[in-house]
Design a protein around this ligand. Sequence first.
Ligand code: UDP
Ligand code: MG
Length: 141
Amino acid sequence: MAEQKERTFIAIKPDGVQRGIIGEVIKRFETKGFKLVAMKMQHASEDLLTQHYLDLKDRPFFPTLMKYMSSGPVVAMVWEGKGVVKTGRVMLGETNPADSKPGTIRGDFCIDVSKNIIHGSDSVENDELVHYTSCAASWLY
Ligand code: UDP
Ligand code: MG
């Protein structure tokens, strides 16, 4: 049971929002069978972004990344399901869209690493979010 409650943080970046890819991303996670447990549109502050990308602060692309992520609102979501962290990363594709296979989100909808439209966690996150039982659960597990 606990494994079905694994959660990942997925965010559609400002370019994905502006280019109208929100619905496509939601559709892919939803039709896969994962469960949406939280969603919020937010213009991320510099403090939040610095915290979010703390491990990248010494990389040469960090200032460009901050500017990009501050350029408009993002759609932050939490998705739940068995193996959702790993499977979510597979659905996103590689960090560089040029290395992403067709059929992945980055492989299908973007070209450049500096505008790769979506974020996905690479580890299991702790949360204090709503829990509910989906009526589809018994058809998926
Ligand atoms: N990024 C970039 N240039 C690079 C590597 C990364 O602009 O050479 C940006 C890109 O938006 C990426 C984000 O920094 O999604 C975070 O990098 P990370 O290595 O964590 O990749 P991710 O986990 O997003 O695939
Ligand atoms: Mg990362």
